[in-house]
Design a protein around this ligand. Structure first.
Ligand SMILES: [Zn+2]
Length: 141
């Protein structure tokens, strides 16, 4: 099954498909140079307190904290990048600036490779096993 996404927030073409890491993943449709802006992630603007409350529900969520006060819940976003999986050795990073969440390649990404970021600290608090497969994998999220 291929999913569609909001192309106006996506700067490089990607395919959303099953990932060996987890669920659906974001795969590069063309070779991407290091430093390239990949796309934006938008969603529901909520307080960090509300984000923490939602995280306690145990649902699969895509939450990004913008500041100590505000967060974005992108769980129901139409943006492709919400499907970005975690890797302990990622090829992209998340940038938060002026309330905007964007994704950027940190190295050259060949066509067909899954785009990944390091989630850093998550609401799973190390209880979720990591299946990224990278050498040096931390083993948990
Ligand atoms: Zn890992």
């Amino acid at each position: 099954m291929a999913l569609s996404y909001d192309a106006t927030h996506q700067f490089v073409p990607v395919t959303l498909k099953r990932s060996r890491i987890d669920g659906f993943g974001v795969f590069a449709d063309q070779a991407i140079a290091a430093g390239t802006a990949l796309g934006l992630l938008t969603g529901e603007s909520i307080t960090v307190a509300e984000a923490r409350r939602r995280a306690q529900t145990g649902q699969r969520l895509m939450l990004v904290e913008l500041s100590s006060a505000r967060a974005i819940d992108a769980s129901r976003s139409d943006d492709a990048m919400r499907f970005t999986n975690h890797s302990c050795l990622p090829n992209a990073r998340i940038q938060v600036e002026d309330g905007e969440i964007s994704f950027h390649a940190v190295r050259d990404i060949p066509r067909g490779e899954e785009i990944t970021v390091d989630y850093g600290q998550t609401h799973h608090e190390g209880r979720l096993p990591c299946r990224c497969g990278a050498s040096g994998c931390r083993g948990a999220l």
